[in-house]
Design a protein around this ligand. Structure first.
Ligand code: TRP
Length: 429
C-alpha cells in the first residue's frame, strides 16, 4: 500500500487550551510518529484572517501554536510542519479550484449558512457582515488539502462538510483536466474525549471557560480550583457522573489512577483535595512540555527558522505540482503552442536526448516542446550514468536539480524547467 499522507491545519486565531491538547495535539503528535504515515501539519494563517482583524493577534497566535506543537513533541524532521502563508502556491490553487466550484455548493456551507440564518432571523440583509473570505473558506481549505494530495484529514466533526466539498472540487477538476488530485477522506476520532471547561460545558473559546495549556504552574492551580462542583461537603459521597473535575482527570490519568479517584469520590473526598489531585496529575504531564514551550517562546527566531525549513520541504512538492496544474488548465508558455500544421503529438512534448560525443563521453540535454534547450549536461563516463541522471530528473522533477548541479552546464529558468520536468512525472505528488 502507498504511504498514507495525513494532513491537517490549525487556524491561528487563539491560544491552545487543554481541550485542544487532549482532542487534537496529543493524539496527532502520537500518530505522526507512526512509521507508515507521511504527515503534513500547518498553521492556517490565511484562514485566521477570515475571523481575526487584529494583525498582532494573528502573529502572536501563530507563534504560540507553533511553539505548542513543537513543545508537545512534533518532530519537524519527521513531518512537514509549515505556515500556510509561506506557500504562495496555495492561493494560486485556490483560484484554480474556485473556477470549478459551483457557487451553489458554497451557499450550502454550514459556516456561511449560519451567518445568513442569523441575519434572516434578525431581519437584516442575508449577507450583512459576511465577507467573501467567509464564503470562500471551503475553497481555501480544499487547496490546502489537494495541494499535497492528502489521503486522510483528521478534523473535528464540524469540518467534515469541508472535506466533502474538497472531494467535490477534486472530482470536478479531475473530470475536466485529468487525474491530478487524490480524493481526501475526513478522519474523526469518535472516542477522543470532549473535555469539559471550567463551567462544565464543553471547553471552548466561545464559552470563555478554557484552561490554557501553558499557563504558569501557579495560575494552572488557581484555574483548577475554580472548576465548578456541587455543594457536597467533605465526607459526603460524590458522584463521578457529570463531574467536570472527574472527566478532566480521566483525560490525563491511567485506568488505575482513575478508579482510585472514583473510589475517593465514593468515600467522600473534599472538593479541595480532589482539585489538588487533579492539579498534580495535570502538572505532572504538562510541566516538562511547559519548560520546552517557555524556552521556545523566548526564541521566536528559532521557530521562524523551523517554519521556513518546513516551507522549503512543502514547496519542493507544491512548486512542481502547481507547474503541472498550470499546464493542465492551459496557463502555458506561448513558445510551447502546438502548431496546427505540424501536429505530431511527439513534437508537442519536452524530450530528453542522450548522445555520445567524439570525446567518448556520454551527454544528455533536455529540450522543450518548441525545441528550445532547457538543460545541457557535462560528459558522463558511461551511458548508464547519463541515463541514471535522466531517470532522476524524470522521477523527481526539479527536486533532482540540486544534486545534479555539477553535471549541468546550461539551465533554463526554474518555472520553465519545472513545467517541462512535470511532464515526465505525471504520477508524482
Ligand atoms: N478549518 C480548519 C479548522 O478550523 C482549519 C483548517 C484549515 C484545516 N485548512 C485545513 C484543517 C485543511 C484540515 C485541513 O479547524
Amino acid at each position: 500500500m502507498k504511504t498514507q499522507r495525513v494532513l491537517t491545519g490549525i487556524t491561528t486565531s487563539g491560544t491552545p487550551h487543554l481541550g485542544n491538547y487532549v482532542g487534537a495535539i496529543r493524539p496527532t503528535v502520537r500518530a505522526s510518529r507512526l512509521a507508515e504515515v507521511e504527515s503534513f501539519y500547518f498553521l492556517a494563517d490565511y484562514h485566521a484572517l477570515i475571523k481575526v482583524g487584529e494583525p498582532a493577534r494573528v502573529q502572536r497566535s501563530t507563534l504560540e501554536i507553533a511553539a505548542t506543537w513543537l513543545a508537545c513533541g512534533l518532530d519537524p524532521e519527521k513531518v512537514t510542519f509549515y505556515r500556510q502563508s509561506d506557500i504562495p502556491e496555495i492561493p494560486e490553487l485556490t483560484w484554480l479550484l474556485t473556477c470549478v466550484t459551483g457557487k451553489g455548493i458554497l451557499n450550502r456551507a454550514h459556516a456561511y449558512k449560519a451567518s445568513v440564518d442569523k441575519n434572516n432571523a434578525a431581519g437584516e440583509d442575508p449577507d450583512a457582515g459576511v465577507t467573501a473570505g467567509l464564503f470562500m473558506y471551503p475553497v481555501l481549505m480544499a487547496a490546502d488539502i489537494l495541494m499535497f494530495n492528502a489521503h486522510q484529514v483528521p478534523v473535528g466533526r464540524d469540518q467534515i462538510q469541508h472535506i466533502e466539498m474538497a472531494r467535490d472540487m477534486a472530482s470536478s477538476f479531475n473530470h475536466l483536466y485529468g487525474e491530478h488530485f487524490t480524493l481526501p477522506e475526513a478522519v474523526t476520532e469518535d472516542h477522543v474525549a470532549l473535555l469539559p471547561g471550567l463551567d462544565g460545558r464543553k471547553m471552548s473559546k466561545s464559552y470563555d471557560n478554557t484552561i490554557p495549556l501553558f499557563v504558569p504552574r501557579e495560575q494552572l492551580r488557581k484555574l483548577i480550583m475554580g472548576i465548578v462542583t456541587d455543594s457536597r461537603t467533605p465526607g459526603e459521597p460524590k458522584s463521578t457522573e457529570g463531574s467536570a473535575l472527574f472527566q478532566l482527570y480521566q483525560a490525563f490519568a491511567s485506568a488505575e489512577e482513575t478508579s482510585a479517584l472514583a473510589k475517593s469520590f465514593a468515600d467522600g473526598i473534599a472538593w479541595g483535595d480532589a482539585k489538588q489531585t487533579l492539579f498534580e496529575r495535570l502538572d505532572r504531564e504538562i510541566a516538562p512540555l511547559r519548560e520546552v514551550y517557555d524556552q521556545l517562546i523566548q526564541d521566536p527566531a528559532r521557530i521562524e527558522k523551523t517554519l521556513k525549513a518546513g516551507a522549503d520541504k512543502a514547496r519542493a512538492i507544491a512548486t512542481p505540482f502547481t507547474a503541472r496544474l498550470r499546464e493542465a488548465v492551459g496557463l502555458r508558455r506561448l513558445d510551447s503552442v502546438v502548431s496546427t500544421t505540424t501536429k505530431t503529438a511527439k513534437s508537442a512534448a519536452p524530450a530528453f536526448k542522450q548522445y555520445r560525443e567524439t570525446d567518448g563521453l556520454f551527454y544528455f540535454k533536455l529540450v522543450d516542446a518548441g525545441g528550445q534547450l532547457l538543460l545541457q549536461s557535462t560528459g558522463f563516463a558511461s551511458g548508464k550514468d547519463a541515463a541514471g541522471a535522466i531517470a532522476r530528473l524524470q522521477q523527481q522533477g526539479s527536486q533532482a536539480l540540486e544534486g545534479l548541479q555539477a553535471q549541468l552546464t546550461t539551465q533554463a529558468e526554474p518555472a520553465a524547467l519545472a513545467q517541462a520536468l512535470a511532464h515526465f512525472a505525471p504520477d508524482k505528488a
